[in-house]
Design a protein around this ligand. Structure first.
Ligand code: ADP
Ligand code: MG
Length: 521
């Protein structure tokens, strides 16, 4: 390899490195003395590009029969700096020419003394001839080599770091799965889900099946067909030993939603006829194909939204749907005191697609992925740590205006009541009186498009204070009259003026009772 000697300098190295990393060059550029100068050059200087050099050249011409040396100074274009152009007079020219280059200091070309080898004379007193041993190419090559090596070292270290992190996470997951693998528990062949759950309730654990049983059941479930798609996962009909179950498979990115919903379902004393029955939760798989399962009771009627699309109802069915739904919501909202009490829970995403219709015509509240818990003793609002938001169309004015106080638990319950008013309106539309019924519609269907933006809903609901229209025919029917009064009082603009779930439960309960008594007469 050529001797790098004194010609190796930091500027060359940095220039090469900067060029390699695509760093723009001005900070590393070299200023050269120029003569003659280009018209754009100032103060008899030009700026050499990164990797370029300053030069001094002499051309010998004949003037009046005499040989004259013409000196020129300037900046070489980068692509000429390292090649033969900087090699004295080795390149044959028509007229004798010689050139020398430098890049070790600004205006270094002022000190250059290019020589003619065959002249072997000094061009000025004290001139010491310099030779070129091809080091220029070597310098650039070395700089490049060092730069590439550096980049490779950084890249490899990053890869190792990422791999080790992945490996550690994977080991933890594997350990969890192995535990699940080896903790299979025996479930008698004639055991039913209902019996297992009833037994676990009376055993006092209170918050669902023991984990071991949950994982065993989850492993034995066979997915049959997809029945619904929400924003956070896909819901399947599944079979466990011939019994129907619903399996919500969360998107891998929705681990936080799975965790939250599972946690809420396992809340002590949550089990209620009008809250979707929780069976088990489990994680399957490794790495990027992890699957998160939530297994619940299966309801073949699907959501209230689906049900109202293809069913019209009579007054007593309407009361059953509305009353059972508010019973579920009221149970969620109510705090039960005692050592094994239940926290108050607000749903935060009440809508007809998150309420299911059971075979007996009653409803149950589903999709607890956004719920918030509250224990009055500690005055702690335990809000979901995920980024999920409720459904814009069903958001109350104060949520849309963003004036809700997130530490005030009652505010969430009041938000639920606003949404519940809209659900009651959806139900009432489908109640036939004197052969008349309205088409199934979502709230604000007449003033909001399919997937409205936050601001569009805000304008309609909060700014314009619009609410779903109450058809005239409703005032001619006792039950529908009560329904419209209740829903209107649920969706009032001021949260504190709204009816509570307990109040609605009582009013609708009484109405249902009256209706049944009238039917008996
Ligand atoms: P997401 O959190 O993705 O919104 P949901 O729990 O709301 O998921 O379920 C999405 C849809 O799947 C529901 O609107 C409903 O149509 C259907 N679904 C959910 N759970 C059940 C169930 N247990 N039985 C029958 N259908 C269900
Ligand atoms: Mg949902």
């Amino acid at each position: 390899m050529a001797d790098l000697g004194p010609s190796w300098n930091l500027r060359q190295f940095l220039s090469s490195f900067a060029a390699l990393l695509f760093i723009p060059g001005p900070a590393l550029s070299l200023i050269c003395y120029c003569n003659p100068c280009h018209e754009t050059h100032v103060n008899s200087t030009c700026v050499a590009k990164p990797l370029s050099k300053c030069f001094t050249a002499i051309e010998v011409t004949e003037e009046n029969g005499q040989k004259v040396d013409i000196w020129t100074f300037g900046c070489l274009p980068p692509d000429e700096s390292t090649l033969l152009q900087c090699k004295g007079d080795r390149v044959p020219h028509e007229k004798p020419q010689t050139i020398e280059c430098c890049d070790d200091a600004d205006q270094c070309n002022l000190d250059l003394q290019p020589t003619f080898l065959e002249r072997a004379t000094t061009l000025s007193p004290g001139y010491v001839p310099r030779t070129y041993d091809g080091y220029d190419e070597s310098i650039t090559q070395i700089a490049l080599l060092v730069s590439v090596t550096l980049c490779l070292v950084i890249l490899i270290s990053t890869l190792i770091f990422v791999y080790l992190r992945y490996k550690r996470r994977e080991m933890r997951r594997q350990q969890y799965l192995e535990e699940a693998e080896h903790c299979d528990t025996f479930i008698a062949a004639d055991e039913t889900l209902k019996h297992l759950i009833d037994a676990s309730q009376s055993s006092g654990s209170g918050s669902g099946l023991p984990l071991l049983v949950q994982r065993t059941i989850a492993k034995q479930i066979r997915l049959v067909k997809s029945i619904g798609k929400g924003r956070y996962g896909e819901v399947w009909k599944g079979k466990w030993r011939g019994e129907n179950v619903a399996v919500k498979v969360f998107f891998t990115t929705e681990e936080a939603s799975w965790f939250r919903e599972t946690e809420i379902y396992q809340t002590v004393l949550l089990r209620h006829d009008n809250i979707l029955g929780f069976i088990a939760a489990d994680i399957k798989g490794t790495g990027s194909w992890t699957q998160l399962f939530l297994i619940t009771d299966y309801h073949e009627n699907g959501s209230l939204y689906d049900y109202l699309q293809c069913h019209t109802i009579n007054a007593s069915e309407m009361m059953e749907l509305s009353h059972s739904a508010i019973c579920g919501l009221s149970h969620l909202h109510t705090e039960i005191f005692g050592t094994r009490g239940k926290p108050a829970i607000a749903h935060r995403d009440i809508k007809s697609k998150n309420i299911l219709v059971k075979k007996n015509g009653s409803c149950c509240i589903a999709d607890l992925g956004l719920a918030v818990k509250y224990v009055s003793e500690s005055n702690e609002v335990d809000i979901a740590p995920n980024t999920r938001q409720g459904t814009k169309r069903y958001m109350s004015p104060e949520i849309l205006e963003e004036t809700i106080n997130p530490t005030h638990f009652d505010a969430y319950k009041q938000g639920d009541m606003y949404s519940f008013g809209l659900v009651m309106w959806e139900i009432a539309r489908r109640c036939v009186t004197s052969g008349i019924v309205e088409e199934p519609e979502v709230p604000y269907y007449d003033c909001l498009a399919m997937d409205p933006s936050f601001d569009e809903v805000k304008k309609v609901v909060s700014h314009d204070r619009r609410r779903p229209a109450i058809p005239n025919r409703w005032s001619g029917d006792e039950t529908l009259k009560v329904m419209s009064k209740v829903m209107t009082e649920c969706w009032t603009h001021h949260p504190a003026a709204r009816l509570t779930s307990l109040r609605v439960k009582k009013t609708l309960g009484k109405m249902q009772e009256t209706l049944e008594n009238n039917l008996k007469i």
